[in-house]
Design a binder for this molecule. Structure first.
Ligand code: GCO
Length: 446
């Protein structure tokens, strides 16, 4: 008697699930001087000696600006249904304000047309950290005015590309701008200033809310923020660790979720910052109303949990990836997705980033065997599937990243792509994980 053929995908996702991949402009485009693009803070930062590993810059990156057609074909060959990318503000407004640069707009128009021709649904992020340098010179996100400049830029994009973009994401990971740009200083603009940092947090949220408003005034389309969320677990059973983890969660998650979804900043975080903090002083009447304008979708990016000790420090409980900040814990995906739904209601969710760097090399047979990435994605997708089964309205999932790219302060050392990029030749090679992901998409499950 022959055995029944096993079902290829025991964990099936809902029909029409949005299988995708993610990128961002500065990390892949290169062409930093083409077609009237202005300077961004990442141009300045990466050219400053000692800021980025090996002195790497985004000047060439994966040369996507010139090779986008080939990259679109790659996406089609993978079977992607969704592509999440970002628009470089300095291509649209080289000085961060005023009339749009037509050649910059045209690039994104061509990209979007290419996606539609291939049946791939675009998801466009408006701000993925490449602030026009001219706005930084005028105060950057410490200045409230930057939020209004962002709203103006957003409205320009809604008018120019609204017919081609069904879903907009406002600000990518405001927390990373706060923590890396203004606390640790290892991202642009490279500051170490806690007082400025939380004022920046408020202005980024205000920018988000003003953009939501601008979309409602301009036309159809869905919109939401892209937040990197970290489940914060107590590192031990003590009540002190539980309390410390709770406050840590405030700074990592609730500081960004609560204002958007409940119209309030978390009391514990405000109390911890103190009434005299520049952030607390910087919240004007009506700001929270703007920030909490109803959103259509919440973009969640999950990479790692955080374990918090009784003293408020952090602890390691799982193996890390090549990124020392990343502990590999697929359950965290389940925990964060179910938590958002439980605490904030059934808001539609897209996972816009999940992935890891692996030490990928091209073998003698020309293939790239990133078995670690396959295992990581399979385990995280299984956790996402369980969250779906338990009622989380998860619509789509985007792997970070489509291509190996400029990993910010790490330069090109870490490879996060499904697709290997040989930077010397710009040749693309589908890694084992890309072939695997194509099967996942075709089977609509794992
Ligand atoms: C992010 C990032 C990406 C990073 C990725 C890996 O939004 O954190 O959007 O730009 O490359 O997270 O660190």
């Amino acid at each position: 008697m022959s055995m029944p053929t096993p079902r290829r995908a025991p964990l099936r996702f809902p029909a029409g699930f949005g299988w995708g991949a993610s990128t961002s402009a500065y990390q892949i485009e290169g062409a930093t001087k083409d077609d009237g693009r202005g300077e961004s803070i990442w141009d300045t930062f990466s050219r400053t000696p000692g800021r980025v590993r090996n002195g790497d810059t985004g000047d060439v990156a994966a040369d996507h600006y010139h090779r986008y057609r080939d990259d679109l074909d790659l996406m089609r060959d993978l079977g992607l249904r969704s592509y999440r990318f970002s628009i470089a503000w300095p291509r649209i407004q080289p000085d961060g304000t005023g009339a749009p640069n037509q050649r910059g707009l045209d690039f994104y128009r061509r990209l979007l047309d290419g996606l539609h021709e291939r049946g791939i649904t675009p998801m466009a992020t408006l701000f993925h950290w490449d602030l026009p340098q001219a706005l930084q010179d005028a105060g950057g996100w410490e200045s409230r005015d930057t939020a209004y400049r962002f709203a103006e830029y957003a409205e320009t994009m809604f008018r120019a590309l609204g017919d081609r973009v069904p879903t907009w994401l406002t600000v990518n990971e405001p927390k990373t701008v706060v923590q890396n740009g203004y606390l640790s200083g290892h991202h642009a603009p490279g500051r170490q200033d806690p007082e400025a940092a939380y004022l920046v947090a408020h202005h980024l949220q205000l920018a988000h809310g003003l953009a939501v408003r601008a979309l409602r005034a301009t036309g159809p389309g869905r919109i939401g923020p892209a937040l990197n969320l970290h489940p914060c677990y107590p590192a031990d059973d003590s009540p002190e660790a539980a309390a410390a983890a709770r406050l840590y969660d405030g700074y990592e998650n609730r500081l960004y979720l609560d204002p958007v979804l409940t119209g309030r900043y978390p009391h514990d975080v405000l109390a911890d910052l103190g009434a005299q903090s520049r952030m607390v002083q910087g919240i004007a009447d009506g700001d929270l109303e703007v920030i909490s304008a109803p959103i259509d979708i919440l973009a969640v990016q999950y990479y790692t949990p955080i374990y918090v000790t009784a003293q408020g420090g952090t602890a390691r409980r799982h193996p890390t990836s090549e990124a020392e900040w990343q502990q590999i814990h697929p359950e965290g995906m389940y925990d964060i997705l179910t938590r958002v739904t439980r605490d904030y209601g059934p808001i539609p969710i897209t996972v816009t980033e999940n992935g890891l760097p692996t030490p990928d090399t091209v073998g003698t047979d020309g293939t790239v065997d990133d078995a670690g990435r396959v295992a990581f994605l399979r385990d995280h997708l299984a956790a996402a599937h369980r969250a779906l089964t338990d009622g989380v309205p998860l619509e789509s999932f985007h792997v970070w990243s489509l291509l190996d790219n400029f990993e910010w302060a790490e330069g090109y050392d870490q490879r996060w792509g499904l697709v290997y990029v040989d930077y010397a030749t710009q040749r693309r090679i589908l890694k084992r994980s890309a072939h695997w992901y194509r099967t996942v998409i075709a089977d609509n499950g794992i």
